[in-house]
Design a protein around this ligand. Structure first.
Ligand code: PEP
Ligand code: MN
Length: 339
């Protein structure tokens, strides 16, 4: 339930509503807005009787929220949420288009320095690279794990790039958080609720990928797990979903981007690499995501794509990336100024 206060409501009116919510055994979440304050109720497992609120002063409207998520919804938070990593790195502000790039996996010190230096020269501020890799087969390269984190820390110190890297296990959140500027939750772990709770307690923003076959409600409910812990900095990432179609690795669901913008305040980015699985499709789909309203993209780039230890077929080389980077910025500027 969401209680929308009158714009003239006093602090006492707000406190009275909060006390009443607590007396009923629920948790109040105060949502300040430009024009009015709203107070959300969380912790209820069913319909909340609004009778105790009917006589309280200062209340404009009581809205029953029947969705499985609340804190992530626009009903609870009408303004867009922005994740700020630095003065000039704002994800979801509508003022810039965020481009995250880097290899699927951290493979070696040499590989990471090569790619990081080249990306940094291109203008990239956010570097991706998995140290802990969730692989479908146990026989595939599993990532360098702690050694991969050490390499990321070294690259970060040398280049000043911000690091996005995956955490797969609740017990690893602390060590990954030491290096990561954004904690990535991979598609396979989107419904690992213990992990979501742990990253929700962390001090770093979370990039939550959509599950392999997750519905929007399931995806947003997972984001809700993180927000319930007190964190508000969640970035959603559409990375394609499993359908009957095998011509592409996954089916890129671009329609979900404007849809998410309608129902949630969280920033949403697109991963054309995993969404298609084919390097030739990365550029057209990345460009399409700009028009769909994405706040950014995450693209897999490798200095020698065919030799990548994971996701070689969708990884692009540095020169192709530079061209995509320029095209994306050009299209973003055009859209911003003209559409
Ligand atoms: C990745 O980003 O390398 C990755 C494993 O992606 P996903 O979880 O979307 O499959
Ligand atoms: Mn990958």
């Amino acid at each position: 339930m969401l209680i929308v206060m009158h714009h003239k409501a006093t602090d006492e009116d707000i406190q009275r509503v909060k006390d009443t919510i607590e007396r009923l055994g629920y948790r109040p979440v105060v949502i300040p807005g430009a024009e009015r304050t709203a107070i959300g109720i969380i912790g209820n497992q069913g319909w909340v009787d609004d009778t105790p609120f009917q006589e309280l002063p200062g209340i404009r409207e009581v809205i029953h929220v029947t969705k499985p998520y609340k804190l992530v919804s626009r009903d609870f938070h009408p303004e867009d949420t922005m994740v700020r990593l630095a003065d000039d790195i704002e994800i979801g502000s509508g003022r810039s288009f965020t481009i995250i790039a880097g290899p699927c996996a951290v493979e070696s010190r040499e590989q990471m320095f090569k790619v990081a230096n080249a990306l940094s020269e291109t203008g990239i501020r956010l570097l991706r690279g998995g140290a802990f890799k969730p692989r479908t087969s146990p026989h595939s390269f599993q990532g360098l794990r702690e050694e991969g984190l050490r390499i990321l820390a070294e690259v970060k110190a040398a280049t000043g790039l911000k690091v996005v890297t995956e955490v797969m296990n609740p017990e690893h959140v602390e060590v990954v958080e030491d290096v990561a500027d954004i904690l990535q939750i991979g598609a396979r772990n989107m419904q690992n609720y213990d992990l979501l709770i742990e990253v929700g307690k962390a001090k770093k923003p979370v990039l939550l990928k959509r599950g392999l076959a997750a519905t929007v409600d399931e995806w947003l409910s997972s984001a809700e797990y993180i927000l319930v812990q007190g964190s508000v900095e969640v970035i959603l990432c559409e990375r394609g979903i499993r359908t009957y179609e095998r011509a592409t690795r996954n089916t890129a669901d671009l329609s979900v981007i404007p849809l998410i913008k309608e129902v949630s305040h969280l920033p949403v980015i697109f991963d054309p690499s995993h969404a298609t699985g084919k390097r030739s499709l990365v550029r057209p789909m990345a460009l399409a995501s700009v028009m769909a309203g994405a706040d950014g993209v995450m693209i897999e780039v490798h200095p020698e794509p065919d030799r990548a230890l994971s996701d070689a077929g969708q990884s692009i080389d540095l020169q192709s990336f530079r061209e995509i980077y320029q095209a994306l910025n050009k299209l973003w500027e055009f859209k911003r100024n003209n559409l």
